[in-house]
Design a protein around this ligand. Structure first.
Ligand code: DQA
Length: 151
């Protein structure tokens, strides 16, 4: 049961369902189910309300953001490859006027040049990159402790 007023929509974008199988040297060996279970447990211990969705479809991600406009107080999103080019996803995040934290399992800044650019970063409070699944828990911790009144 949530004990704080913080309610977080956690979104995983395209190909993150393959986590634990694809490029394990980059993204880690844990499956998305395991990461989600860690996120849910952390949220529960922090008293945060949580909803988690993975989709390979940009449209489903956008619809889910719109639908959570009134439920969520913040969004934590790993947009996967959409990070680097989806203006539509960025516009959806802006449209709901909720604070956003961008998470990446890998350190995108230490990889190919095209991964260093994010269209989501400029409309986010901040990015957490390179800490694997723990990055989502870092994002939740930031939402609870962040000293600006963003949530
Ligand atoms: C990723 C990084 C992206 O560049 C990539 O397209 C992904 C995963 C990450 O979590 O490190 O799918 O978002």
């Amino acid at each position: 049961m949530a004990t704080s007023s913080i309610k977080v929509l956690v979104l995983h974008g395209p190909n993150l369902n393959m986590t634990g199988f694809r490029e394990t040297d980059v993204y880690g060996k844990k499956s998305l189910e395991e990461l989600d279970s860690d996120i849910s447990a952390a949220a529960e211990s922090m008293g945060i309300g949580i909803r988690i969705l993975q989709s390979n479809s940009e449209g489903v991600l956008i619809d889910t953001i719109h639908e959570h406009r009134t439920w969520a107080t913040a969004i934590v999103i790993n947009p996967g490859g959409l990070t680097h080019y989806s203006i539509a996803l960025r516009d959806a995040l802006v449209s709901v006027r909720l604070p956003v934290i961008e998470v990446h399992l890998s350190n995108v800044h230490a990889r190919e040049e095209f991964r260093r650019h994010s269209v989501v970063a400029p409309i986010s409070i901040g990015q957490v990159v390179g800490f694997g699944g723990y990055g989502y828990i870092m994002a939740l911790t930031a939402l609870v402790n962040f000293d600006k009144e963003v949530v």
